[in-house]
Design a protein around this ligand. Structure first.
Ligand SMILES: Nc1ncnc2c1ncn2[C@@H]1O[C@H](COP(=O)(O)OP(=O)(O)O)[C@@H](O)[C@H]1O
Ligand SMILES: [Mg+2]
Length: 251
């Protein structure tokens, strides 16, 4: 599904290198957790996979189903099924959430050569998805993320994911700002989407989320590189001992 080879990437404006030779493979159907201390480059990695333009890849490549995505813009990548749930979801004043969802879904359908959804059909799909996430449909009349609580923003991100049915889902610290009940609901939403043909990159600082979204692989990111990989037990080990041991061994 995803193969990242020797990726070096810098902030376009300043040239500051953030990713420094990152290698990562995610198989079809796999849930891979990326863990790492603050400032390791986790969000940067998510932005670069999604195609955000403020970063420059200076070396290496990102292959999605065997194709390099580096020359594609964010919209092309999204149309191919790459989805990013942001750590800090953007507020979009003036655009009702419902309208945003409709435009996003229809853009993807168009890219796939499918007809636009009729309004009743669209509303039915959204109603089902919001029920699963215990979201109130009334919230969707409000502008996207404006005045949403931390938990509501994260649910709105998972709702978008459930509606767009992407193939590669990158979740950046979806657990931040969630209380335990919201965390469970969001994790259930993610787990419901697990499939042999869909992969997840679950980025998190803490092990807690991984009690609910159980990963197949765990990778530790530090100073822009993956310094250790293992199974879900690696996350438990990090929870107990912190990052210091692993960082010490890698340096
Ligand atoms: N636009 C930017 N300008 C300057 N520094 C940045 C920018 N974006 C990220 N960084 C720096 O890059 C490093 C990695 O950041 P980030 O990817 O957000 O880490 P993480 O998500 O793991 O906490 C940090 O040291 C951060 O300060
Ligand atoms: Mg981050």
């Amino acid at each position: 599904m995803l193969e990242i080879k020797n990726l070096h990437a810098s902030i376009a404006e300043t040239g500051l290198e953030i990713l420094r030779g990152l290698d990562l493979t995610v198989q079809d159907g796999e849930v891979a957790a990326i863990m790492g201390p603050n400032g390791a480059g986790k969000s940067t990695l998510s932005y670069i996979i999604a195609g955000r333009e403020d970063y420059q890849v200076t070396q290496g490549d990102i292959f999605y189903n065997g194709r390099s995505v580096l020359a594609m813009d964010a919209a092309e990548r999204a149309a191919l099924g790459i989805f990013l749930a942001f750590q800090y979801p953007m507020e979009i004043p003036g655009v009702a959430t419902m309208e945003f969802l409709k435009v996003a879904m229809n853009a993807q359908r168009k890219a796939r050569g499918e007809a636009e959804l009729k309004v009743p059909e669209f509303i039915k799909i959204v109603r089902e998805a919001t029920a699963g996430l215990e979201m109130d449909m009334a919230m969707l009349k409000r502008p996207l993320n404006v005045g949403f609580s931390g938990g509501e923003k994260k649910r709105a991100e998972i709702l978008q994911m459930a509606l767009l049915q992407p193939k590669l889902c990158v979740l950046d610290e979806t657990d931040s700002g969630l209380d335990i009940d919201a965390l469970k609901i969001v994790a259930d939403g993610v787990n419901a989407l697990r499939a042999k043909t869909r992969s997840f990159l679950v980025i998190t600082h803490y092990q807690r989320l991984l009690d609910y979204i159980v990963p197949d692989r765990v990778h530790v990111l530090y100073k822009g590189r993956i310094i250790k990989s293992g199974d879900k037990n690696l996350a438990l080990q990090l929870e107990q001992n912190g990052y210091a041991d692993i960082i010490g061994a890698a340096e």
